[in-house]
Design a protein around this ligand. Structure first.
Ligand SMILES: Nc1ncnc2c1ncn2[C@@H]1O[C@H](COP(=O)(O)OP(=O)(O)OP(=O)(O)O)[C@@H](O)[C@H]1O
Length: 488
């Protein structure tokens, strides 16, 4: 038991002792301490601090306004606000001091002054902390910038080496892409849907001298024809009422100095083709409603999954625009022509699926690899990714087997199994006799799938295209090709 006479339990005594000990601590370990009263007059100052301030003795400072001794002092602010300033850096007589200022309160919680102590006169001691903080701030800033760039669609996510594949076809394609990155002429990327055209376009931009400038992608098939002109060339202020009253920049302006990626160029209406050709030839654009032209400096990378020469013959694509764009053509082979890359692509895609879903990364059995290598992949790498993702969602197995893929591969199963077995046994029929059957199976399956997707989305083509993992332009093309009728 403790008695009220016990000095340790004498509350007043403890308070007094702790104050004295704290003050002693500050005086010994800090560079200096000081207190002011409610009027901002120096009420107390430690010898060390007085000496540091160039005074002969503490008495010289007592009763004087704090700013007379320390011109940039913020003690008065603490007295007036009643709030501490925990960390501040001030410069006195050529030294930087780290200062902490605290308000002093009486029993009724009224502020009667302020107390300050200077922690360091040598910021070197804080340097590791400050430099770590600066590093973190710089990292945060650069991540913010990257994120903002991606949000504005001006950045690139891919480099040429992100294009997975070591087959002869993939290596040749990457060599051509690297060469194209060294030049500034238009590039035309030709390949089926999902073969990596947009990815390669980003890679070429990222490896080019324009890498620090914007990369702007436009999917022509996804923009209604009536809006395309404004979307490309912009609108002058006052040209329209409503939302465009103030005018707005088009994609050409947004890409100025950088690269403009024109996806699905084969879907561009003839009237806009003429304006695009003029913009490329003259290197200037005329925003809608403006009566002056703007100089532009943009590199064009166009892409299409359609056969442009056929479109020219059909009178749907201007031959002069084709020659203007076809300066550096790069053909992206479909997956079925670079089967050797499927294993590496599967590994890469499974790694991506694991990272995005938070699930453990899966592997493929030999039979599963064999099966995937024998499918024709009309949707190419995008379809391969979708199939792998579905298989991962539907099974918990660490090693995915052929049986995990058979039910989800969009092809008539018995015929596909036959074809796969046939190929494995080296009994592949001659191209002339087997190709029509395979094509027919694929076309029928494609048609069925598209009809089902359109039914499920009640005619919403964007949604159907997304479900199928193809672009809207591709969907339109397929609807036309298979003569699909559907009810909205
Ligand atoms: N060689 C590759 N290596 C890794 N990923 C790839 C490769 N090719 C394509 N992909 C991936 O497949 C998907 C489709 O690629 P991308 O959009 O570049 O194809 P695309 O040819 O532009 O298709 P579309 O014509 O339908 O727009 C993307 O997720 C992309 O990352």
């Amino acid at each position: 038991m403790t008695s009220s006479l016990d000095p340790i339990w004498d509350i007043d005594n403890i308070q007094r002792l702790s104050m004295a000990s704290l003050l002693d601590f500050f005086n010994r370990f800090s560079l200096g301490t000081m207190a002011v009263d409610r009027q901002g007059r120096i009420a107390w100052i430690h010898d060390k601090y007085a000496e540091f301030l160039g005074l002969n003795s503490p008495a010289e400072a007592l009763g004087r306004q704090v700013e007379e001794i320390i011109p940039n002092s913020r003690m008065r602010e603490v007295v007036q606000s009643g709030k501490p300033i925990m960390l501040d850096i001030i410069s006195i007589r050529g030294h930087s001091l780290v200062i902490t200022r605290l308000p002093l309160r009486d029993e009724s919680d009224r502020v009667f002054g302020a107390f300050a102590f200077a922690l360091y006169d040598d910021l070197d001691q804080l340097r590791p902390l400050v430099s770590r903080f600066s590093e973190l701030q710089a990292a945060l800033e650069s991540t913010r910038k990257e994120l903002a760039q991606l949000r504005r669609g001006r950045g690139t996510r891919y480099s040429i080496s992100s294009f997975i594949g070591a087959s002869a076809a993939a290596l040749e394609l990457k060599t051509r892409a690297r060469r194209a990155a060294q030049l500034d002429s238009p590039v035309l990327l030709l390949g089926e849907t999902g073969t990596g055209k947009e990815m390669l376009a980003q890679g070429i931009h990222a490896a080019s001298a324009r890498a620090s400038k914007p990369f702007i992608g436009v999917n022509i098939a996804a923009i209604p024809e009536t809006l395309l002109e404004a979307e490309f060339f912009g609108v002058a202020p006052g040209a329209y009422t409503g939302a465009d009253r103030k005018g707005r920049d088009g994609k050409f302006k947004a890409a100025d100095g950088g690269t403009l990626f024109l996806d699905e160029i084969g879907d561009m209406p003839m009237q806009i083709q003429a304006k695009l050709l003029r913009a490329l030839q003259e290197r200037e654009i005329e925003p809608l409603g403006a009566n002056k032209v703007l100089k532009i400096n943009v590199r064009i990378i166009a892409a299409t999954s359609r056969n442009l020469t056929e479109l020219i013959s059909a009178g749907q694509f201007r031959s002069d625009l084709y020659y203007r764009l076809n300066v550096l053509p790069i053909a992206l082979p479909p997956l079925r022509e670079r089967v050797a890359d499927i294993d590496a692509l599967c590994e890469h895609l499974l790694e991506q699926i694991a990272a995005q879903s938070g699930m453990a990364q899966r592997e493929l059995s030999v039979a599963a690899r064999d099966l995937l290598a024998h499918y024709d992949w009309p949707g190419n790498v995008r379809e391969l990714g979708n199939i792998l993702e579905q298989a991962c969602m539907l099974s918990d197995a660490h090693v995915l087997d052929a049986s995990n893929f058979l039910p989800i591969l969009p092809i008539a199963k018995p015929s596909f199994k036959d074809i796969a077995a046939e190929r494995r046994n080296g009994l592949r029929r001659s191209v002339a006799s087997s190709q029509p059957r395979l094509d027919k199976v694929i076309s029928e399956t494609e048609k069925n799938l598209i009809e089902a997707a359109l039914r499920d989305s009640r005619g919403n083509k964007s949604l159907a295209a997304r479900t199928l993992g193809i672009s809207r332009g591709k969907l339109y093309q397929k609807i036309e090709q298979f003569d699909i009728l559907f009810n909205k």
